[in-house]
Design a binder for this molecule. Structure first.
Ligand code: COA
Length: 153
């Protein structure tokens, strides 16, 4: 039988696995302190993808005070597990969480040179609403995307 993949909320004990995932790609990483903060925050909505006890990816939405628009703060899939539809599943789960929390839309920022992520978001119905020049640590430009979350998101 193929190993079962499941999505679940994050727990504090996921921290080492989340840090290991974060270490797999360069630049603008979340620190251990930031992870701890978001793991404990009532305004954070996590989805962790786990297979055979291994964390293969996660999505993190932050709910904002006074705004009906949530922010997709981070979405990462282990390089060894990419191309299997996991990023799309995590994104859909993040959208469902945000809608269930009362968000009417999601916003996110991504590097313009991140082809995989830009393709994922555009295919999922996100609209580029702003160019973000010099947005990242290394001077790379970004895109801001938004998507309305209607019924059935
Ligand atoms: C972006 C990322 C989350 C995609 O995860 P994934 O599990 O490989 O993506 P999926 O298999 O669900 O692919 C979904 C869609 O994304 C797009 N996509 C994914 N990888 C792609 C690639 N290498 N090149 C072009 N498009 C790609 C495609 O449109 C794909 O749909 P399709 O297969 O029907 O064409 C993953 O590459 C990743 O973790 N990257 C590093 C972290 C990151 O950049 N996060 C996003 C910015 S916060």
């Amino acid at each position: 039988m193929p190993p079962a993949l499941r999505l679940r909320p994050a727990r504090a004990t996921d921290l080492p696995a989340l840090l290991a995932l974060e270490a797999m790609f360069p630049g603008d990483r979340l620190s251990a302190r930031q992870f701890r903060h978001h793991l404990a925050s009532p305004r954070a909505r996590w989805q962790v993808a786990e297979e055979d006890g291994r964390v293969l990816g996660y999505g993190l939405v932050l709910l904002r005070r006074g705004s009906a628009r949530g922010r997709l703060y981070s979405l990462v899939v282990d390089p060894a597990a990419r191309g299997r539809g996991l990023g799309r599943r995590l994104l859909q789960a993040a959208e469902r969480d945000a809608a269930a929390a009362g968000c009417t839309g999601l916003t996110l920022e991504v590097r313009q040179d991140n082809a995989a992520a830009n393709a994922l978001y555009r295919r999922a119905g996100y609209d580029p609403v702003a160019r973000l020049p010099d947005y990242y640590e290394d001077g790379a430009d970004g895109w801001r995307y938004t998507k309305p979350l209607g019924l059935g998101a």
